[in-house]
Design a protein around this ligand. Structure first.
Ligand SMILES: [Zn+2]
Length: 260
């Protein structure tokens, strides 16, 4: 199945307030986003749900959550259930049940990640728990041996918790290269999410460099509608590229302080 054909909306935290980060979406806005998808007849899919049916429904869309924040369970889970939607949650395995200490762009405030129990509940409800490395470090920084361990260990931890196979992942900070793609394939992953602007992969590797739009704190339904067209040469894509430039501080910081 070619997942590069379908639009993907990516969220991070779903928080009430107190978060200055542009990627935190307010619960009311998240509700309106889902209501809009429902009204427009979109059907959210996961890698696993499509893998089982081997066909895309009409108007497919994928809803993803990066970084496995506890707020996904607290504020998004009930909304998704209400509309009967399934989502994909990318969880950095070292942070299960722990507090965020790597996302420096949000300053001093710390955020909790999903606990083991919350991951089990989400998985049991049909959401896909997918890999996002161990400590959210760019895969491109690892040597081959460390990368293999990173990919396998994170997969094994999530499979052990949910009892479901983990065949999809998201590259921390969207970073990948040809060597990373080879390692991802060797570790048994079939699908990998990149970010918006790192260029298209060769046709045969498209599922291992999938692109998507982030949903930002201030995005209106009009903007969401544009993002659902999945046009990466559009004005809204250029606008998001500018927004994303600000996010480059974190990998640079990690590289300088605790590169593996
Ligand atoms: Zn992430």
């Amino acid at each position: 199945m070619d997942f590069s054909l379908i639009p993907v909306l990516n969220y991070h935290k779903i928080e009430l307030k107190g978060d200055i980060g542009i990627t935190a979406r307010q619960p009311d806005d998240f509700f309106r986003d889902m209501e809009y998808l429902s009204e427009q007849g979109f059907t959210p899919v996961t890698f696993r749900s499509v893998g089982e049916s081997e066909v895309f429904p009409d108007k497919p869309v994928m809803i993803t959550f990066d970084d496995g924040y506890a707020s996904v369970y607290e504020h998004a889970f009930s909304v998704l259930s209400r509309f009967g939607f399934k989502a994909v949650v990318f969880m950095p395995a070292s942070y299960i049940g722990k507090t965020n200490d790597w996302d420096v762009q949000f300053g001093k405030k710390k955020y909790r990640h999903l606990s083991k129990e919350q991951l089990v509940s989400l998985s049991a409800a049909g959401h896909e728990i997918a890999a996002h490395g161990m400590k959210h470090r760019p895969f491109t920084l690892f040597n081959s041996k460390a990368l293999k361990a990173e990919l396998e260990e994170s997969r094994d931890i999530l499979e052990h918790i949910t009892g479901n196979p983990v065949r999809s992942l998201c590259y921390p900070f969207g970073r990948f290269n040809a060597r990373v793609i080879e390692a991802v394939k060797a570790a048994g992953y079939q699908y990998a999410m990149a970010s918006l602007y790192l260029g298209a992969a060769p046709a045969e590797e498209r599922n291992l460099a999938l692109r998507r739009f982030n949903v930002y704190r201030f995005d209106s339904v009009r903007i969401i509608k544009k993002k659902l067209k999945a046009d990466f040469n559009s004005l809204v894509a250029y606008r998001d590229w500018l927004l994303q430039l600000g996010g480059r501080a974190t990998p640079l910081y990690q590289h300088l302080t605790n590169a593996p």
